[in-house]
Ligand binder design. Structure first.
Ligand code: ATP
Ligand code: MG
Length: 609
């Protein structure tokens, strides 16, 4: 049975805000498209702002309508049905560092396995005319230096990604925008071929007459998201002729329709629009009686037919590693940052001794190292959010499971961050001359590694929860500054207010500093200069002899602080052993990661189905 996509009375409303009332942006859109030669390719036409993207986003299952009913093969939309609809959004979502072929191979291997992957990908590239740039990087259109594919090529690659998996219904938002008329025509003929066994709905901005002729069905939207026409493309000519809007000779019908839809020559259309709605509704009712959703196998296999989690994980890990390795500017910046900060630490704290001042320097050095590491690792929040939107598109499209992505991304990112953290740690440790045993060095490096992972987890948690990079860029440093201030160096953790004490349970600085300080100061003997000695002044020799005779022990002058343990006790850092501090850091990482995962899952879930 050929797939059937039907939508009936679909309305979209932007909810009211304090400043503006609710606004209907799509009003009772109704239509039905059945795959098959001569019927499966539907054009959504309308002037800018008429609700094309809104309708397509709803048809793709990414947003639920305010009211109305959608069915695929007679099955009402739910999260599973929605995942069976492929979607090419108006804004491309592609990884900039992969080549065209790699991007396609990744999708192909994820969907169908590696068998004949290369050949299939080359076939698809030929279909969309991208063979010439198969080995070119996708690139970033916003960056002049890293620009890769042209706008039209990016669009065709996005379409190609959907061609490798052939979902039962494919929705494309302006697939021909940015293409010259020949390329647009070739893409439309390619869509026409696909429409033989899958439903294809595409919005078009300014189709040429030839491209428009490829389409079987037309939905014409007018201002305010009203449906001016739904039905066979050919039927539109006679339909509008009735309203005195016949297509003038030598005019592209699509242009003519867009022209009157945009210019509100619509009074005469009202009764016709009612006819259209009645016809479309009758078709929808017929479609609803179609047999319920089919299983997979042929073109149109459900999106849920994915590879095992382990395979997804290894493919995603490969992509993440390639992405990191192909970003040399990022790796050079990380190396530059590590060496510069190590140099700063070395200049400030070189060879600290065990004097009274040395104790203060040691504490300062450790807190400074922690701060550098946390701040540096948390700087990747904008990158994470940029990647989040691409991943959201892929996860919603059923390409892979969020769990596989989450673990693979965490691993790939952590390996890079840990490499630089260990280098930074070893350089600082040697330059400062911290505790000499190998066991203490190991605890120092373990602490730095866990703090780095914690900061990276913080990035993921905030990045997943915040709506965009600007708000994340504000919230993340504010949260970290709060943790930094109450972390035990600038203020004694016993004297912070109750709220801060509660927040400190999730504070990387508290446990990182605790572990480093206890590791460094336990068993450390401190000395001081003669000028720093405290206690009663020494007795002159005659009085000293008398005191000894009568058995009075005159206290010797001593250093204000003689043992590292005293420093720990004064700073309230002696509550936990290094192992307990490390365990607490581990727990914080797990909590941050878990919250980050839940926030991402919530964000990527098709809303409201
Ligand atoms: N979240 C929103 N809040 C407020 N207005 C919105 C929102 N989403 C869409 N709109 C409005 O709804 C209307 C339809 O938007 P839509 O993106 O669907 O138009 P379109 O037909 O795809 O336009 P274009 O051809 O320019 O892409 C526009 O006027 C837009 O400003
Ligand atoms: Mg749009």
């Amino acid at each position: 049975m050929a797939p059937v996509l039907a939508w009936d009375g679909v309305t979209a409303v932007v909810p009211a805000t304090k400043k503006a009332p609710a606004k209907t942006i799509l009003s009772s859109a109704t239509g039905v498209v059945r795959a098959g030669a001569g019927g499966g390719l539907c054009a959504v036409l309308g002037p800018s702002g008429s609700g094309k993207t809104t309708l397509l986003t709803i048809l793709a299952g990414h947003e639920p309508p305010a009211s109305g009913r959608l069915t695929l093969d007679g099955a009402p939309y739910d999260a599973r049905t929605a995942a069976r609809v492929g979607f090419v959004p108006q804004v491309d979502q592609l990884f900039s560092t992969l080549t065209v072929l790699e991007t396609l191979e990744f999708a192909q291997e994820m969907r169908n396995g590696a068998t004949q992957a290369k050949q299939l990908c080359h076939d698809v590239l030929a279909q969309v005319g991208l063979e010439r740039v198969a080995d070119q990087r996708v690139g970033d259109p916003a960056s002049l230096r890293r620009r890769g594919l042209s706008g039209g090529e990016r669009k065709r690659l996005s379409v190609a990604l959907e061609l490798v998996h052939r979902p039962p219904a494919l929705v494309l938002d302006e697939p021909t925008s940015g293409l010259d008329s020949a390329a647009a025509l070739s893409l439309c003929s390619c869509l026409k071929k696909l429409a033989a066994d899958q439903v294809v709905v595409a919005s078009l901005h300014q189709p040429s007459a030839a491209a428009f002729r490829q389409f079987d069905v037309l939905t014409l939207l007018g201002a305010g998201g009203t449906t001016l026409y739904f039905g066979p493309r050919d039927g539109a000519l006679a339909h509008f002729e009735k309203a005195g809007l016949a297509v003038p000779p030598y005019t592209n019908p699509a242009e003519h329709y867009l022209d009157f839809a945009a210019h509100q020559k619509l009074a005469s259309l009202d009764p016709l629009a009612k006819d259209v709605a009645a016809d479309a509704r009758a078709l929808c009712a017929a479609a609803a009686k179609a047999p319920a959703a089919r299983g997979g196998g042929e073109a149109g296999a459900p999106a849920a037919a994915r590879r095992s989690l382990l395979t997804q994980f290894s493919l995603l890990l490969g992509r993440a590693r390639a992405h990191n390795a192909r970003n040399p500017a990022f790796l050079h910046a990380m190396m530059g940052r590590t060496l510069t900060l190590a140099l700063v630490v070395a200049s400030l704290y070189c060879n600290v001794d065990a004097s009274q001042k040395g104790a203060q320097d040691r504490l300062g050095a450790m807190y400074f190292i922690l701060t550098c590491q946390v701040m540096a690792s948390s700087g990747s929040i904008r990158t994470f959010i940029a990647e989040r939107d691409i991943v959201g598109h892929e996860v919603r499209g059923g390409l892979y499971d969020l769990r596989a992505y989450y673990v693979a991304r965490s691993l790939a990112e952590s390996l890079v961050q840990l490499g630089f953290a260990l280098l930074f740690g070893v350089l600082c440790y040697g330059a400062i001359g911290l505790a000499p045993t190998a066991a203490q060095l190991a605890v120092f490096l373990a602490t730095l590694s866990l703090v780095t992972l914690g900061a990276e987890s913080w990035v993921v948690m905030i990045g997943a929860a915040m709506p965009d990079d600007r708000s994340a860029g504000v919230v993340s440093p504010v949260g970290l500054s709060l943790f930094l201030a109450s972390g035990g160096f600038f203020v004694n953790t016993n004297s912070v207010p109750a709220l801060f004490r509660l927040l400190n349970h999730a504070n990387l600085f508290v446990y990182g500093f605790g572990a480093l300080a206890v590791n460094e100061f336990s068993g450390l003997a401190l000395h001081c200069d003669a000028s720093e000695l405290v206690g009663p002044p020494p007795l002159p020799p005659p009085q000293r002899a008398i005191a000894r005779l009568v058995g009075v022990r005159w206290p010797d002058p001593r250093c204000p602080v003689e043992r590292g343990e005293q420093v720990l006790a004064t700073m309230a850092l002696d509550g936990l052993t290094p192992a307990q501090n490390l365990a607490a850091l581990g727990a914080i990482i797990v909590a941050y990661r878990l919250l980050g995962f839940l926030a991402l899952r919530r964000r990527f879930r098709p809303r409201g189905w």
